[in-house]
Design a protein around this ligand. Structure first.
Ligand code: UDX
Length: 447
């Protein structure tokens, strides 16, 4: 094969669109398919429907190579490798909803020259299941490859073009060879394996990273009670090469389209196969409790929340994205309102999506607009610009003095110098005395 063969990408969400733009950057013609006709029309008009650094430029630069259509036949007609990047949201039980994947499989016509390359995160066993479906539908010659995507929102383009590794799970046929060849120019380490193992790599990697976050969040909570500083602890832990410094940032919990969904999916997958994955229950529970701790801190500072005005800095599930999926801000604002507070928010890019999800929240155009008359400010998403704020001006505009830094992203001394009461996560020296946590308390030691 040549490295410039045409590619089909089904689904133009984060993973699909970034992959398509990435393949175009590598010199391929890419046929992008989506069932959403309006989205396809926008993409054809050169509009990029998601906010992702560098993506707009890449799509613009390769407009000639990127073709958008609602008809899967367009991809089948031009490409032999069809990358599937459709949503696999959690169902009520936490299992992955594979209806979009099934719809793609059903839409494929029989062929012995095509391969479905799964980019979406799916439960282990999905590949084999799809291969069975293909057989039942008389499409037994359709090849299947699992090629999970590990890109992070906010740095998706860079992650796609410079991956830590490429994982290809296949049956050792031409399709696996073709996918390996496609990624070869990126020079990343390759893990070529069987389909089930490739599927498990993605779930296990995300569940492990989520576990790391819940672990450091619990360490942070203990730090608050015992006089330690989680930033120092994470630094000391992270220099151990076996642990590594990444994903040890304590905060108000993980969100996004992947971690909450994939941890639940792996837990459910294990349960469905008869194994109780105990650790993941705790990872999920700790993540929920971590969001609620902020409420406890606010209550302690403000002496109750009824009638209080709380300003949220940042709404997206993390900086550099407008993605609100499973964002901590959703839980936080709902809890604050349920407890009688009013919520005003500012996010540099996620406001449009947030307005849809948070109809009872007031939105400000600037940080300073958000703090006008606020009793407390909570930093929810660590956009760098919040660190640069003039805290004297913030203090002058606020009605109260409380600043809860949910991501340990602000300069505590700058905030305190403005006469504000600063509280961090897991930093005992920046924790108000008598920290009351709504989370589980350890039982009193037996004497
Ligand atoms: C994640 C995986 O990193 C990526 O490999 C996979 O393909 C998709 O899921 P993403 O959801 O884009 O990527 O974001 P990531 O940067 O991993 O952050 C996830 C969440 O964890 C965010 O809410 C972030 O704020 C939180 N987080 C991350 C922490 O709370 N602490 C940390 O130390 C790191």
């Amino acid at each position: 094969m040549t490295t410039r063969e045409p590619i089909g990408v089904i689904g133009t969400g984060y993973v699909g669109l970034v992959s398509a733009a990435g393949f175009a950057e590598l010199g391929h013609e890419v046929w992008c398919i989506d069932v959403d006709a309006e989205k396809v029309a926008r993409l054809r008009a050169g509009e990029v429907p998601i906010w992702e650094p560098g993506l707009g430029e890449l799509v613009e630069r390769h407009r000639g190579r990127l073709h958008f259509s609602t008809d899967i036949a367009d991809a089948l007609g031009h490409a032999r490798l069809l990358f599937v990047a459709v949503g696999t949201p959690p169902t009520y039980s936490g299992d992955a909803d594979l209806s979009a994947v099934r719809a793609v499989v059903n839409a494929m016509s029989p062929s012995d020259r095509h391969a479905l390359v799964m980019k979406s995160t799916v439960p282990v066993g999905t590949g084999r299941h799809i291969q069975r479906l293909f057989k039942e539908q008389g499409k037994g010659e359709f090849r299947y490859v699992s090629c999970p995507e590990f890109l992070k929102e906010g740095s998706a383009v860079a992650d796609f073009l410079g991956p830590d590794r490429v994982v290809v799970g296949d049956d050792g046929d031409w399709a696996g060879d073709a996918v390996v060849g496609l990624y070869a120019p990126l020079g990343a380490p390759l893990v070529r394996t069987d389909i089930a193992s490739a599927e498990m790599v993605k779930l296990a990697a995300n569940a492990f990273l989520a576990t790391k976050i819940s672990f450091i969040n619990e360490i942070a909570n203990v730090c608050e009670e015992t006089g330690a500083d989680v930033l120092e602890v994470a630094r000391g832990m992270g220099l151990d090469e076996r642990i590594g410094p990444k994903f040890l940032r304590a905060g108000i919990g993980f969100g996004g389209s992947c971690f909450p969904k994939d941890v639940s999916a792996l837990k459910q997958l294990a349960g469905n196969s008869g194994y109780h994955f105990q650790l993941l229950n705790s990872v999920i529970e700790v993540n929920e409790l971590q969001k609620r701790r902020v409420i406890g801190k606010l209550q302690k500072h403000l002496g109750g929340l009824v009638g209080k005005r709380i300003a949220l800095f940042g709404l997206a599930f993390k900086p550099n994205t407008d993605d609100m999926r499973e964002a901590s801000s959703l839980v936080l604002s709902a809890r604050l309102q349920a407890d009688g507070a009013s919520v005003v928010a500012f996010d540099p890019v996620a406001e449009d999506e947030a307005r849809r999800l948070l109809p009872n929240v007031d939105f400000a155009d600037t940080e300073l607009g958000a703090v006008d008359g606020a009793d407390a400010v909570v930093l929810v998403t660590e956009w760098p610009q919040f660190r640069e704020l003039d805290w004297v001006e913030v203090a002058a505009r606020m009605a109260g003095t409380t600043v809860i830094d949910g991501r340990n992203a602000l300069d505590p001394e700058a905030v305190r110098a403005a006469g504000l009461a600063y509280e961090a996560v897991g930093r005992a020296q920046y924790t108000a005395a008598g920290s009351s946590s709504p989370t589980r308390r350890a039982p009193a030691p037996v004497t």
